[in-house]
Design a protein around this ligand. Structure first.
Ligand code: DGY
Length: 323
C-alpha cells in the first residue's frame, strides 16, 4: 500500500480509483493550498503527490521527500514544478494534456468577444442605471469578421482557438518557437492577440512594453496561458495610455490578483479568475488523467501522460526583432 498526498480535492470521483487500488489517500481539506511548510510536511511521508498549479514543487521540497515516486499535476501547465530537479532525482512527473483544450479555447474566444463588444462595460452600465434610450453610437464595440487574430503559440489550445475564429471569418496568424509569422509582425498586424505559450524562462514577459508598443492602438490582448507571460506593469501602462484598445485576462501576475492591485484600475480591462478549464466535465477528466499518472508511477510503469522533457527549453517567439 502506498500513501498519496492530494493537495486539493479534485472534481469527480477519480480519487476512488486510488482507494480501490489499495492506496492510502490523504486529501488536503481546505480550498486554499497547503502553506509551503505544510506541503513539505504532508509530502514527506508520501509515495505520490497529486498537486495543483498553485503548489510550488521545487528542489528543496523534493530533497525533503525521499519516498516520492511520482508527481501528478492536476493541470496541463507545469511551471509550478521544477522539472529538471525532479528528473535529476528520477521522479516522473505527469500532467493533463488534451482534455482541457476545448474548454480553454472556448474561454479564450469568450474573452475575445467580450472585450471586442464591451460586454463588461455595457452590463455595468445597466446595473448602474446608465441605460438611456437607444443611441446610434451607444456602446460601440469592434467587429470580428474580416479582422486578424494573432495566435502566439499554436499548440493544441491555439489550434482549437483558430478553429473557433475561422467560424467568424477571421484571418489567422500564428507564431511558434519553430516558425510561423515572426512575433513582431504578428503583433503589428493583429486586431486580437491571444497567448498560448507555456511559461518558461524564455516566455516570461514575452509581452513586455516593446511588444505592446508594436500592437495596433485598436487591438486587444487575450491571455489564457500564464500571467507572467505578460509584463503586468507594462500592460497597466499601455491600457492607461490607450496604446492598445483593451485586454481580457484569465491569468495574471500575481495570481490571485489582489483587489487593490494597480492593474485593476486600468481601463478596458476584463479579468476572470483562471477559469479556462472550469467545467465539471473538463475538471473531472483532468482528475482522471492525474490519477492515472499516480497509479502508473506507483506501479513503476511509464506515466500515460508524462511531462515533456525539461531541458533545454525551446526558444520563445522573439518579440524584439523588427518586422
Ligand atoms: C492548466 O491546466 O494548466 C490550466 O491553467 C488550469 O486548468
Amino acid at each position: 500500500m502506498a500513501r498519496v498526498f492530494v493537495t486539493r480535492r479534485p472534481v469527480g470521483d477519480a480519487l476512488a480509483r486510488l482507494a480501490a487500488a489499495g492506496h492510502e489517500v490523504d486529501v488536503w481539506p481546505d480550498p486554499e493550498p497547503p502553506p509551503p511548510a505544510t506541503l513539505i510536511e504532508r509530502t514527506q511521508t508520501a509515495d505520490a503527490l497529486l498537486c495543483t498549479l498553485s503548489d510550488r514543487i521545487d528542489a528543496a521540497l523534493l530533497d525533503a521527500c525521499p519516498h516520492l515516486k511520482v508527481i501528478a499535476n492536476y493541470a496541463v501547465g507545469l511551471d509550478n514544478i521544477d522539472l529538471a530537479a525532479a528528473a535529476e532525482r528520477g521522479i516522473p512527473v505527469g500532467h493533463t494534456p488534451g482534455v482541457l483544450t476545448d474548454a480553454t479555447a472556448d474561454l479564450a474566444f469568450a474573452l475575445l468577444l467580450a472585450a471586442a463588444r464591451r460586454l463588461p462595460q455595457s452590463a455595468q452600465a445597466v446595473k448602474d442605471g446608465r441605460w438611456g434610450t437607444w443611441q446610434p453610437d451607444g456602446f460601440m464595440g469592434a467587429d470580428l469578421v474580416g479582422t486578424t487574430l494573432g495566435i502566439v503559440g499554436a499548440g493544441r489550445i491555439g489550434e482549437a482557438l483558430a478553429k473557433r475564429a475561422s467560424g467568424f471569418d477571421m484571418r489567422i496568424l500564428t507564431t511558434t518557437s519553430r516558425g510561423g509569422t515572426p512575433l513582431p509582425e504578428l503583433l503589428a498586424q493583429s486586431d486580437f492577440v491571444s497567448l498560448h505559450v507555456p511559461l518558461t524562462p524564455q516566455t516570461r514577459h514575452l509581452i513586455d512594453a516593446r511588444a505592446l508598443a508594436r500592437m495596433k492602438p485598436t487591438a486587444f490582448l487575450v491571455n489564457t496561458a500564464r500571467g507572467p507571460v505578460v509584463d503586468t506593469e507594462a500592460l497597466t501602462q499601455a491600457l492607461h495610455a490607450g496604446t492598445i484598445a483593451g485586454a481580457a485576462l484569465d491569468v495574471t501576475d500575481p495570481e490571485p490578483l489582489p483587489p487593490d492591485h494597480p492593474l485593476l484600475g486600468a481601463p478596458n480591462l476584463l479579468v476572470v479568475p483562471h477559469i479556462g478549464s472550469a467545467t465539471p466535465r473538463t475538471r473531472a477528466a483532468m482528475a482522471d488523467l492525474a490519477v492515472g499518472n499516480v497509479l502508473a508511477g506507483l506501479a513503476g510503469e511509464p506515466l500515460p501522460h508524462p511531462a515533456p522533457a525539461p531541458a533545454p527549453s525551446p526558444a520563445a517567439p522573439d518579440a524584439s526583432r523588427a518586422p
